[in-house]
Design a protein around this ligand. Structure first.
Ligand code: NDP
Length: 329
């Protein structure tokens, strides 16, 4: 039987998600890539175990993660059964619905029909009675927010979820959705936007809205899918996401477009005595409204590297200015 490291809660720091009672680790692990049916289960299992040993209590999924869609939840269910069945109360599990999952008019977006059917399927795939956080994965322009939010509220009232969250909603949509959820008595726990050094859209308005509503923030793709690391400095390694046939959202062009900035950023990271991946994650923690940073990983050692970012999470004014200057090009 898997026995987790005894010191796991001393290694990690936890932040409260907005004005809720739930604390999340500074680093959370997402299972979008590397946990699907095309991947090696034992590698995914080793990553989840090592993550938990380091105090990472929060694992993020979605109905469609794989490939094939649904297989990451199936594999996570296997890992839960093998290693974590006795630890369910110590683990926070998130899933989402919003993107395409099955054919026909009820297989995507934000209807009550889709969201609740999808969550029931997710629970079955993972072998769980409930998830801790259920997200609307994207706003639906054609379904009234009242319907989507009341479906989220229902997932909590029916015992399928403990908390609800929003992902990919802009500031205005978040304001509207969060107000409805608050009125329903199921306040939005957390928002999951893309946020990294190369994509700072949340800084314009969203972070302020989240702060006002007391909603936590968990940035996804904090390393810009691996661009904000030292892995592409000498070309594209075969075992990287940019080279993988299973990752349509990252390719050589993305590497070519960013590599000059990455080299400059890497110099600052080296001066700080940390890896670029560590610096990119620590940089996101600089705002208190950021609850946790949601990384992906293909190897155990990447998770260990990221957790090491906590050893140097402070930035001088000068460092922040130099980083801004590099990012502005
Ligand atoms: P990241 O930006 O953290 O990229 C992860 C990739 O970066 C890894 O697969 C690995 O790439 C590389 N990497 C990680 N750590 C290191 C390291 N220390 N050194 C070198 N390379 C490293 O995040 P993701 O894009 O994977 O997204 C994270 C999670 O966010 C997802 O799993 C999912 O849960 C969530 N997400 C949510 C979305 C939404 O719409 N709500 C959309 C996308 C993601 P390699 O494979 O090349 O080794």
């Amino acid at each position: 039987m898997y026995v987790p490291a005894e010191n796991r809660y001393d290694v990690m720091q936890y932040r409260r998600s907005g004005r809720s009672g739930l604390k999340l680790p500074l680093v959370s692990l997402g299972l979008w890539h590397n946990f699907g049916g095309v991947d090696v289960l034992e590698n995914g299992r080793a990553m989840v175990r090592r993550a938990f040993d380091l105090g990472i209590t929060h694992f993020d999924l979605a109905n469609n993660y794989g490939p094939p869609a649904g297989s990451a939840e199936e594999n996570f269910g296997k890992i839960m059964k093998l290693d974590f069945h006795h630890l369910r109360h110590e683990v926070v599990i998130s899933t989402k619905a919003g993107y395409w999952m099955w054919n026909g008019p009820y297989g995507e977006w934000g209807s009550r029909k889709y969201l609740i059917s999808s969550l029931d399927q997710s629970l079955k795939r993972m072998g769980l009675d409930y998830v801790d956080i259920f997200y609307s994965h994207r706003p639906d322009p054609d379904t009234p927010f009242e319907e989507t939010m009341s479906a989220l509220d229902y997932t909590v009232r029916s015992g399928r979820a403990m908390y609800v969250g929003l992902s990919n909603y802009n500031a205005e949509q978040t304001r509207e959705a969060a107000a409805i959820l608050r009125d329903l008595g199921t306040p939005c726990l957390i928002h999951q936007p893309i946020y990294n050094m190369f994509n700072r859209w949340v800084e314009d308005e969203l972070l302020e809205v989240l702060d006002v509503f007391g909603i936590g923030t968990i940035p996804f793709s904090p390393l810009a899918q691996g661009l904000l690391t030292d892995k592409y400095l000498n070309g594209i390694p075969e075992d990287s996401r940019a080279a993988s046939e299973h990752s349509p959202f990252l390719d050589k062009d993305d590497v070519d477009k960013t590599i000059d900035q990455v080299r400059e950023l890497n110099k600052i990271a080296q001066e700080r005595g940390q890896t670029l991946a560590q610096m990119a994650v620590a940089w996101l923690w600089r705002f208190p409204v950021i609850t946790s940073v949601l990384i992906g990983a293909s190897k155990v050692r990447q998770i260990e590297d990221i957790v090491g970012a906590m050893n140097n999470a402070n930035f001088s004014e000068d460092e922040l200015n130099r980083i801004d200057a590099i990012l502005k090009g």
